[in-house]
Design a protein around this ligand. Structure first.
Ligand code: GLA
Length: 387
């Protein structure tokens, strides 16, 4: 891949003098969905697929971007003197947002750059291609200009740029999972205070399989913000009767005790998901530590049911993929992953069942939905690096 991106860089930008090659992963969340903006826990991991980037400094203030994933867009040019987001800047609003965010944090980028990207994360799949580009950009800025930032800072800056520049109100999970990724480990992150722990994922005789629904989604046009608002409203209602900072401060028992104060049935369901999902995530990590992978799988399944029935963020595509997966012998657990409304499912499948899984789920999906799903057997990789 390094040779391929350098070759393209020369083709697009003339030569590869002073150019460096970088990589940042994509991520998949094993459990803990829609908990990261509710002060709960998440359990994602970085993948070995992700975004490759070639970058070098320029003598002027120009920013010249090229993506091998959107070759039809050609070179998209902007300037450090005008760092506003524009619709026609398309995907470059992500790296531009990070450059802007560094400036907001007192780290002004001193000169322009030539940047080429090539991602092997399926676009719009819910494996965080945009967070991968954000963390990659931050990592490039740190390396080229020597900014004193940790990988955790890169996650926070990425999220800040996504919230404030690209106006997507996401939580911290995606950028954190990518910036802090560790080979063969998932990250048990408490989003209330960003304390975290790496948990080894030793799936003896099984693998993580991602099924991509190919139903495109973007957080901006989804009901993501509506769900956030429903949870925030439910929290304010609960705060009238008990002292909590987030829904993540509640457990099943305290939620059942206080839920009658929430004035709408829909909000009760949303808050219930946030509280129970957080508890499921804590239990899932305990199960994993106790080598009880069957229980881990059951909790994944329960997570999907809650996202389907209480949080209502699945849809027929993700439900079909998961419900068909549950029918396959050798599937330990299966659920939607990411924001929902399209995107991917994540399943833990025994080695000997993987081929049957892909065939059976793939056939049933295409028959019901009318187009095919894509399947990826993935591995857990490290965070960003220079190649
Ligand atoms: C998206 C957001 C994350 C998180 C998930 C749902 O991926 O970017 O912050 O909220 O949805 O768990």
């Amino acid at each position: 891949m390094k040779a391929a991106v350098l070759k393209k860089f020369i083709e697009v930008f003339g030569d590869d003098k002073n150019a460096n090659v970088y990589f940042a992963p994509g991520r998949v969340n094993l459990i803990g969905e829609h908990t990261d903006y509710n002060g709960g826990h998440v359990f994602p991991c970085a993948l070995t697929i992700g975004t490759y980037g070639v970058a070098r400094k320029r003598d002027d203030n120009k920013l010249r971007f090229y993506s091998m994933n959107f070759e039809n867009l050609g070179v998209i040019e902007s300037s450090l003197d005008d760092l506003k987001p524009y619709p026609e800047a398309d995907w470059t609003n992500y790296p531009k947002g990070v450059i802007w965010a560094f400036g907001e944090k007192g780290m002004t980028v001193p000169c322009g750059m030539d940047i080429l990207l090539n991602g092997n994360i399926p676009n719009g799949s819910g494996l965080s291609s945009s967070a991968s580009v954000e963390v990659l950009t931050g990592f490039i800025l740190k390396d080229l200009f020597g900014f004193d930032v940790t990988n955790q800072d890169l996650a926070l800056i990425g999220q800040f740029s996504e919230n404030k520049y690209n106006k997507v109100n996401c939580g911290i999970m995606d950028q954190f999972a990518i910036a802090m990724g560790k080979e063969n480990h998932a990250i048990f992150l408490d989003t209330a205070d960003l304390s975290y722990e790496y948990a080894p994922i030793k799936l003896e005789g099984a693998k993580i399989v991602i099924a991509c629904s190919n139903k495109k989604r973007g957080l901006g046009d989804s009901k993501y913000n509506e769900r956030r608002f429903e949870c925030e409203t439910a929290l304010r209602e609960i705060q009238q009767v008990t002292k909590v900072n987030t829904l993540g401060d509640l457990n099943e028992k305290s939620f059942e005790q206080f839920k009658s104060i929430i004035k709408s049935d829909v909000r009760v369901k949303r808050a219930k998901h946030a509280v129970y999902e957080n508890q499921r995530t804590i239990k899932a990590v305990e199960a994993l530590k106790a080598n009880d992978i069957a229980l881990f799988g059951e909790l994944m399944n329960a997570s999907h049911v809650s996202l389907r029935d209480d949080y209502e963020v699945t849809g027929i595509e993700l439900d079909t993929l998961v419900e068909e997966a549950w029918k396959v012998e050798g599937v330990i657990g299966s659920r939607m992953t990411g924001a929902g409304f399209g995107g991917c499912t994540v399943s833990i499948v025994k080695d000997e069942a993987i081929d049957t899984f892909i065939e059976q789920v793939g056939k049933a999906y295409e028959a019901k939905i009318g187009y095919a799903a894509d399947f990826y057997v993935v591995e857990i990789g490290d965070g960003p690096k220079k190649l």
